[in-house]
Design a protein around this ligand. Structure first.
Ligand code: FAD
Length: 412
């Protein structure tokens, strides 16, 4: 192990920031660790916010990544409810909203991302909500009475997960999506068509190609105004139209940023001793020979592990292909890899059976898989993606050939 720095400061007490601290301690780091988090809670997992927690099936403390005692017991100074307001690269300090400043030898920026907001007339009305934090979901739960009318703007994972839960809780839900298909940013059209049908059959009014122009109401939102003049009545509106990286601290400090803070394969930014991880990082995507920003738990955890290994001079962790999941109704969607750039899509199984998969190929190689309620397709598919294996499309489409056999042949 190389010489360890004495003080590590992590900005952002989320999935990535928390993981960096845990991995540093696991890796034997004995110096000071400070985590600065502007939310009141210790690091917690966000996926249940639009799933089990929204449904009322989990208590908030079950979301915490580590019990609150972990931090004092492991000498991690966790500052909650305090924002980092400025990074001084020359002085090696971070200024805080409390007026204090903390010094660092290595700085990890793990500030995540924030929901994109709509700049439409009435967008500031009460009852127009977003879903990123525990506090956001508590606001949504407060209006989620049976028979309340909820309009969800944006049919990405979060919007559709919330729509599924809200429908199950008895709300009258409308989903407005500007694109011709739901989930179009994250999955192929077959997956979008399937989820469109599932939501409609559950009673959700899914409208694609929808153009909203503003919100109605005095103080409190009462409706969503569409381009054609229709007003969809709403007691609450949930806006889920993507996120923006929280990179202003970094760009103001002079770090190179694009659509995220630019980092190398060790998560090092353009300045020595400063790292960025999680949603905010624009990182090499080694399996795809390009760079990008990932918004997933896997990416946040991997970033935390990489940064700890880099700081400690330890061997880097093995890199997994990007993976993601989404729970809607009784359906588990599992995704491995990134499908952009695919020139062929192979359907395996019948969507009517509610258990199927779509494999994405580029020049004959498997670059991604979306599987719905079908674990073998996901598990073997993930290995095929990692190897960018060549598999005959006919074989992938043939359910009489098991995934085990396909994997054994392609990966031998
Ligand atoms: P975050 O977890 O957002 O943490 C960043 C923290 O930094 C936040 O607490 C933020 O407030 C804080 N911060 C920002 N600026 C400052 C500052 N200046 N000073 C101090 N603190 C600051 N991923 C999956 O893989 N599967 C899923 O099913 C899934 N579902 C999701 C459902 C929801 C509702 C949401 C919101 C996300 C979901 N995700 C899912 C995405 C996943 O949760 C994120 O990719 C992950 O949390 C990113 O981790 P992070 O640490 O980069 O950011």
């Amino acid at each position: 192990m190389s010489t360890s720095p004495a003080r590590i400061v992590i900005i952002g007490a989320g999935q990535a920031g928390g993981q960096a601290a845990y991995s540093l301690r696991l890796g034997g780091f004995v110096g000071a660790i400070t985590i600065i988090g502007d939310e009141p809670q210790p690091p917690y997992q966000r996926p249940p916010l639009s799933k089990a927690y929204l449904k009322g099936e989990l208590d908030a403390d079950r979301l915490f990544l580590k019990p609150v005692e972990y931090y004092p017991e492991h000498g991690v100074d966790l500052l909650t409810g305090v924002a980092a307001t400025r990074i001084d690269l020359d002085a090696h300090t971070v200024e805080l909203s409390s007026g204090a400043a903390v010094g660092w030898d290595k700085l990890v920026i793990a500030t995540g991302s924030r929901p994109r907001r709509l700049s439409l007339e009435g967008a500031g009305l009460a009852g127009i909500l977003e879903l990123r934090t525990l506090d956001d979901v508590d606001r949504l739960k407060a209006v989620a009475h049976p028979d309340a009318r909820l309009v969800v703007v944006g049919a990405g994972y979060i919007g559709l997960e919330a729509a599924a839960v809200a429908t199950q809780l008895g709300l009258k839900v409308t989903v407005l999506e500007a694109m011709p298909q739901v989930l179009s940013r994250v999955a192929g059209p077959e997956i979008g068509q399937f989820y469109n049908r599932i939501h409609r059959s559950a009673g959700v009014d899914v409208r694609t190609g929808a153009r909203l122009v503003g919100f109605e109401g005095v103080g409190q939102v009462t409706g969503v105004r569409m381009e054609d003049g229709e007003v969809i009545p709403a007691d609450a509106v949930l806006v889920g139209v993507g996120v923006l990286p929280n990179m202003e601290l970094a760009s103001d400090a002079g770090l190179i940023c694009g659509n995220g803070i630019v980092v190398d394969d060790q998560m090092r930014t353009s300045q020595p001793d400063v790292y960025a991880i999680g949603d905010v990082a624009w990182r090499p995507l080694v399996h795809y020979g390009r760079e990008g920003r990932l918004e997933s738990v896997h990416n946040a955890i991997e970033g935390g592990k990489i940064v700890a290994a880099s700081i400690l001079g330890a061997p880097p962790p093995a890199l997994d292909v990007p993976w993601f999941w989404s729970d809607q109704y009784d359906l588990k969607l599992q995704t491995a890899g990134l499908w952009t750039g695919a020139d062929e899509r192979i359907m395996r199984g019948d969507p009517q059976s509610r258990s199927f998969a779509v494999f994405y190929l580029k020049e004959g190689r498997v670059i991604a898989v979306d599987s719905v309620n079908s674990a073998p397709e996901y598990l073997v598919g993930k290995k095929l993606v990692a190897a960018q294996a060549t598999v005959a499309p006919g074989e992938l489409a043939d359910k009489s050939i098991s995934m085990k056999d396909i994997g054994a042949r392609a990966l031998s």
